[in-house]
Design a protein around this ligand. Structure first.
Ligand SMILES: [Fe+2]
Length: 377
């Protein structure tokens, strides 16, 4: 597709190439629309744009020890766990499950994307059996009937695409097999484990529709398929299957790490990769004001190279209207003695509509996060 040629205007000191060779002593901030795809300007500031001395009012960067929420509980379905963050298009929960479901579940409110943070479990559904392990994404199409049987206590991130569905991003110039080949996607198998669970006892399916629960009871196990064919089924992909795009000479924006796309949000995966080695290239994420989106990040494992004091299982929220970017120590280290690679694994969810934080999430809020960019923090 041809793009219109545009001539950016510029004033004062600036870099002709974003994220590279910033004017000495400056901090670059990208002010952008439509995520990383719309009109944008790069500002070159004398001070870090996150260096506020005070921040008051409802708009705050926030962090939550999300996996601590309900850690002593066990829930059979993700929607039995408290909602953390939501709006009309997304519902984000942390789901702790320890024992095999004694009934089936079906979400009629939208597709459900699970990410296994800890544990291993078997997933049984209309389409067969899929074993799940740490680091797996499992995309469950709307109204699929399913249950899980954990082998060990499991903690999952559950993302509902309310009234919507997940798809894959267009790979554009990278081609169809970039990031992961579609052949990597695993679908459930009608295998020995699936056949073994086809008993004749009474089973109930709990259906969630418009957030209300109804139940259907059968005098047999409805997961009784002997076969299927088609292009609609749950799919599994592990972060280890994702081969991130990286550049030695340019810090690629988060959008290059998009894994799943929804109508009103995107899910990106930050995977281990080499860090830029060009002396002039930025080596941590650039400060940005992503003014059309609220950004959520779930930290899965590794050392988070742009944020201090964030542990695995945490969720951060960076709302529109505020600039976000690297913490001072991470930025200083990237300039002084840059690391050669990052081992972090994180799931970023960029939401086009403003999100609401639940009272449950506020119970596990990390105090002082909004001040954590101050040089003295
Ligand atoms: Fe961001």
């Amino acid at each position: 597709m041809k793009r219109r040629i545009e001539f950016p205007r510029a004033e004062g000191l600036y870099s002709r190439q974003a994220h590279v060779a910033l004017p000495t002593g400056t901090f670059e901030r990208e002010i952008g629309r439509q995520g990383f795809f719309g009109p944008a300007t790069h500002m070159y500031h004398r001070h870090p744009p996150t260096g506020w001395s005070q921040i008051e009012g409802p708009l705050q960067p926030r962090a939550f020890r999300a996996s601590d929420l309900g850690a002593e509980e066990t829930d059979q379905a993700p929607w039995e766990a408290p909602s953390l963050i939501s709006n009309a298009h997304i519902d984000l929960r942390i789901w702790h499950t320890r024992s095999a479901c004694d009934r089936l579940y079906r979400n009629a409110d939208g597709d459900l994307l699970l990410f296994v943070h800890e544990g291993a479990l078997d997933f049984f559904c209309d389409f067969g059996h899929l074993p799940l392990r740490e680091g797996d994404y499992l995309l469950i199409p709307r109204s699929t009937s399913w249950r899980v049987a954990p082998h060990e206590p499991a903690t999952l991130l559950a993302i509902e695409a309310t009234e919507s569905s997940f798809g894959l991003p267009d790979r554009g110039m990278l081609g169809e097999h970039a990031l992961f080949d579609p052949a990597i996607l695993e679908t459930p198998k009608i295998d020995e484990s699936f056949r073994a669970q086809q008993d004749d006892r009474s089973w109930t399916i709990v259906v969630k529709a418009r957030s209300a629960l109804s139940s259907l009871t059968y005098p047999f196990n409805p997961l009784d398929a002997v076969g299927w064919k088609g292009n609609l089924a749950p799919v599994r992909v592990n972060w280890r299957d994702i081969r991130p795009v990286a550049s030695d000479r340019y810090h690629v924006p988060p959008s290059a790490h998009t894994t799943f796309l929804c109508d009103r949000f995107v899910v990106c995966t930050f995977c281990p990769r080499r860090i830029e080695n060009d002396p002039e290239a930025l080596k941590v994420p650039f400060f940005h004001s992503n003014d059309d989106y609220d950004e959520l990040i779930f930290y899965h494992r590794g050392q988070f190279f742009s944020r201090d004091g964030i542990a695995p299982g945490a969720v951060t929220l960076h709302p529109r209207g505020l600039t976000h970017g690297p913490h001072p120590k991470a930025l200083a280290q990237s300039q002084r003695q840059p690391r050669s690679e990052t081992d972090e694994v994180a799931v970023m969810i960029d939401c086009r509509d403003a999100v609401v934080v639940s009272e449950a999430a506020a119970q596990v809020e990390v105090p002082g996060y909004a001040q954590s960019w101050s040089e003295s923090a």
